[in-house]
Design a protein around this ligand. Structure first.
Ligand code: ZN
Length: 161
């Protein structure tokens, strides 16, 4: 049985008690990501571990993994893209503390407020998106189209105009 996921996460409190959050969100749950994909199909799974490091910083270690549908920039057909990323975040209430972020980690500016779980996952998913999505090998064009004859359904539409 899984416990319901909280909307808001108090990173400092969870880090103190060594909390863990695991789950998955369907793409339509993400306000920004859903506008960046070709179809609202797919989901992002995540597993997060909260802890206090030896210097008393609140940390989040975790992974995200998922699948989104994008548009191939070469053939303009849909392409299913796997996403995977590892997270190593240091929660900071104040950006003046940026110097406390070790080299291997990324800052998570919280302003001392709880963070929205969907936004935390969404930020990582957007970072994991490919800059340009292309098929390794685009589907070969239908040989019937290259003849330019009646096999091309758009040819009929053109003639009707
Ligand atoms: Zn393609």
């Amino acid at each position: 049985m899984s416990v319901p996921l909280p909307d808001l996460v108090d990173v400092d409190r969870l880090a103190l008690r060594g909390g863990r959050l695991e789950g998955r969100f369907a793409i339509p749950r993400f306000d920004r990501l859903r506008d960046m994909v070709a179809e609202p199909d797919g989901e992002i799974a995540f597993a997060l571990r909260f802890y206090q490091d030896s210097e008393g910083r609140s940390r989040i270690a975790g992974t995200i993994e998922g699948r989104v549908v994008l548009v191939c920039q070469r053939c303009l057909q849909r392409i299913e893209q796997g996403l995977a990323a590892e997270m190593d975040l240091v929660a900071l209430a104040d950006e003046r503390d940026l110097s406390r972020v070790p080299a291997e980690a990324e800052p998570l500016l919280t302003g001392g407020e709880p963070v929205r779980l969907t936004e935390l996952i969404e930020d990582e998913a957007i970072l994991a998106l490919p800059i340009v999505a292309v098929h390794e090998q685009c589907a070969a064009p239908d040989p019937g189209l290259s003849g330019g004859g009646d096999a091309n359904p758009f040819a009929v539409l053109k003639r009707d105009r």
